[in-house]
Design a protein around this ligand. Structure first.
Ligand SMILES: [Zn+2]
Length: 737
């Protein structure tokens, strides 16, 4: 084999290796073997959490299991010498990014540290879990952090009060946060640190702040030693359907910092979210940050709101911040500068075809490859080993880049390709900035370094190439780390989005390697890159889809329509075919209460199944609105839902003191939800914006499944578990209100 081909093969292996470890660029710092006095001690924090979670049962709000968790939490606080206040309230909160209201009896645990007077810092975490899992990460990590931070705060004098809020009912719709806002103590708060989790490992990201963000960001940058935060992910988060207590707290305008780990979402809201899986490094990272931020906030006073900043960390070592206006100015200046340079050096059309063609071509090729792989592999086949899927995409990008570079190269040298690459990167940065303004931070410094090299090359010719190398290294440390984060965050797909995102990192390296690639020639270059792509595809096709750690989502439900005397078995999974030995005739479909596609098979009607009911106590009409007072009857269910059609025009709903508006800028069905023992017999108020009766589904759910589910449970695949929904019995009936 020719020398160039060998070198090219080695280079591509190194490049793919670098792309494979982008997720390692940002990790929590290694655990200390011993914490110094005054430092956050994650070992102690985890021991407390293990005690509080006890036998690690799911403990949703107002359940017997949550009573036990609360009792142990209160006991722990007392043993620490902290006096807890328990507030008990039947409360409701509006749903966010959805139409509806959710209610539950919640018992918030509050403790106040430091001086009695003055504006307070609120530290918030929730101690309830979802009904699906033990919630060691979500939000046990927050509870454990708050307790250990409290232990450290007690050792020091504080200038301002610190309120610890262990709220209940976050998982049901931020009900505990709403109840706290009705508490007089909340009027004293001016800053908030919120602790959450969407995973069990990896670094703890600071992913949301109040706006304008300059003040919270400067406090964060000053206090935190290993910052993992950037203004692209804060903007991306706002576009996602996820929400936290901060959504409810936001109306008070507190200075806010929101922290959460996102590593390994396959355990989130599942029985896999357990103590053993919770990484102590992650807990340590959250603890160190929360302690430092609390001291900074409790010993100073947040300044008045200033402007907006854009920011990013460099490999978790330092935080770069810029005022947004300066960042935007730099981006536009660089864009114009590189446009002039690219035009002057010539060949813009061909170099544009190579760069743009690689970004577009790799996206199409990745999409095509995964369509083909989808013919033989079903569901989330990348779940256990996503790395091979990512490598396939990056190898495909390299393949397209190598082919285009050798085909179109002609008289193009690196001097012409470089400015075009940076010009296209800046254009993409500007486009991202239109949707997520904070995103431009990633697109300023690498081209700035590159342009400095080009400028210096007037006096020292090698400066341009060295500047280019430095720019690529900086791009890798920042954009590469962001790519690792996005691969974790968008793990549900579609996977082809990582082609153009990864292409921005791969392309400048291919540009610098152009002499080698052209030297190897089209056939040899394409063959080498093609072989790497095929090898990755072979790995994607052959590695197991699920593992003990990263299991398949698999929810078994028994559903009964009490009005029509019908029952079904339902399986919610990643749409992969069911195991062959799974009893029954299964087909894909939807059920009356949800449009979500699922596996369904007929079941004998369960005579014992009872839907919840609502008794109309009174109705008051005003104009074209009517307000109903209803008494709910659970009839043995743990959860009661009234589901209204999308034209129901519900205006508000709730219990006394907590009648909440319903967001009708959203679309879809309406949900009035009540969870827990106190819903049976509860009185709710419902305002409907029309006089004619509305046909609701009254839906109840409870665990466990009926005994007839035993064969299905037994044949659930080995590496599969419920996630987001629990195994449960659902019964519904139609009611006109
Ligand atoms: Zn949570």
């Amino acid at each position: 084999m020719r020398k160039e081909v060998c070198w090219l093969a080695l280079l591509l292996i190194a490049l793919l290796g670098a792309m494979a470890v982008t997720d390692q660029l940002e990790q929590p710092p290694a655990l200390r073997s011993q914490s110094a006095p005054g430092e956050f001690d994650s070992t102690r924090a985890k021991l407390r959490l293990a005690f509080i979670l006890g036998d690690q049962q799911p403990h949703p709000a107002d359940s017997a299991a949550d009573d036990q968790v609360r009792a142990r939490l209160v006991m722990t606080l007392r043993q620490m010498g902290v006096t807890p206040i328990v507030r008990d309230e039947l409360a409701c909160n509006e749903l966010y990014k959805q139409r509806g209201v959710s209610c539950a009896r919640v018992r918030n645990i509050i403790a106040v540290l430091g001086p009695a007077g003055g504006k307070a810092v609120l530290l918030n975490a929730h101690y309830d879990s979802t009904p699906v899992g033990p919630g060691a990460g979500d939000d046990g990590i927050g509870v454990a952090t708050l307790l250990e931070v409290a232990a450290k705060l007690k050792e020091r004098t504080l200038k301002r009060p610190v309120i610890l809020l262990f709220n209940e009912g976050e998982e049901l719709g931020l009900v505990g946060a709403r109840a706290f806002l009705a508490d007089p103590l909340s009027r004293n708060v001016d800053s908030l640190i919120n602790l959450e989790a969407r995973g069990v490992r990896g670094p703890v990201n600071m992913f949301e702040t109040s706006r304008p963000n300059s003040v919270p960001i400067s406090i964060f940058a000053g206090a935190v030693e290993n910052p993992i935060a950037n203004s692209l992910s804060t903007d991306v988060y706002r576009l996602l359907p996820n929400y936290t207590d901060v959504n409810s707290f936001a109306e008070r305008g507190w200075l806010t910092l929101n922290l959460a780990p996102i590593g390994n979402e396959t355990r989130y809201h599942s029985p896999g979210d357990d103590i053993a899986a919770l990484d102590p490094d992650t807990l340590q990272h959250m603890g160190d940050q929360t302690l430092a931020l609390t001291f900074a906030l409790a010993n100073g006073k947040p300044n008045a709101a200033a402007g907006d900043s854009i920011f990013m960390d460099v490999a978790g070592r330092a935080l770069i911040t810029l005022p947004f206006t300066i960042g935007a100015g730099l981006l536009i200046g660089l864009l114009l500068g590189f446009a002039v340079l690219a035009l002057r050096r010539g060949g813009l059309l061909q170099s544009g075809a190579i760069i743009g063609g690689t970004l577009v071509g790799s996206t199409i090729l990745s999409w095509l490859l995964f369509e083909l792989i989808g013919a033989v592999r079903h569901g989330m086949f990348w779940r256990a080993h996503p790395i091979w899927t990512h490598l396939t995409i990056h190898a495909a990008t390299i393949f397209v880049g190598v082919v285009l570079l050798t085909m179109i190269a002609g008289s193009l040298d690196r001097r012409r390709l470089r400015p075009t690459f940076w010009l296209i990167l800046l254009t993409i940065g500007a486009a991202i900035g239109l949707i997520a303004p904070g995103g431009i931070i990633f697109f300023i410094f690498p081209p700035l370094v590159a342009v400095a090299g080009i400028f210096a090359s007037r006096w020292w010719p090698r400066a341009e190439r060295l500047g280019s190398y430095a720019a690529i290294l900086f791009l890798y440390l920042t954009w590469g780390a962001m790519l690792g984060l996005l691969e974790e965050l968008l793990n549900g797909g579609p996977m082809w989005v990582f082609a153009p995102l990864g292409g921005l990192l791969i392309l400048p390296i291919l540009v610098e390697a152009r002499p080698l690639i052209v030297g190897a020639g089209l056939r040899a270059g394409a063959a080498v890159a093609g072989i790497f792509t095929l090898l990755s595809v072979a790995a994607v096709v052959s590695v197991p889809a699920y593992s003990a750690d990263r299991q398949q989502r698999f929810v078994i439900q028994h559903v009964s329509d009490a009005s029509a005397h019908k029952s079904w078995w339902s399986v919610l999974n990643d749409s992969a075919p069911l195991p062959k030995d799974f009893d029954g005739q299964w087909k894909r479909g939807a059920l009356p209460f949800s449009d979500r596609p699922r596996w369904i098979s007929q079941a004998p009607f369960n005579l014992a199944a009872k839907a919840p009911s609502a008794q109309l106590l009174s109705q008051v009409k005003a104009g074209d609105e009517r307000t109903l007072t209803l008494r709910l009857f659970a009839n043995g269910n743990e959860r009661i839902e009234l589901i209204g059609p999308s034209d129901a025009r519900l205006r508000s709903a709730g219990v006394e003191g907590f009648v909440r508006p319903i967001d009708h800028t959203e679309d879809g069905k309406y949900f009035i939800d009540c969870f827990g023992r106190s819903c049976d017999g509860a009185t709710i108020q419902l305002t409907i914006g029309q006089l004619k009766p509305v046909r609701f589904l009254a839906l109840g759910s409870k665990s466990p499944l009926p005994p007839s589910a035993a064969p299905l449970i037994a044949s659930r695949p080995r590496f599969a578990r419920p996630q987001y929904n629990r195994d449960e019995s659902i019964t519904f009936a139609r009611v006109n209100l």
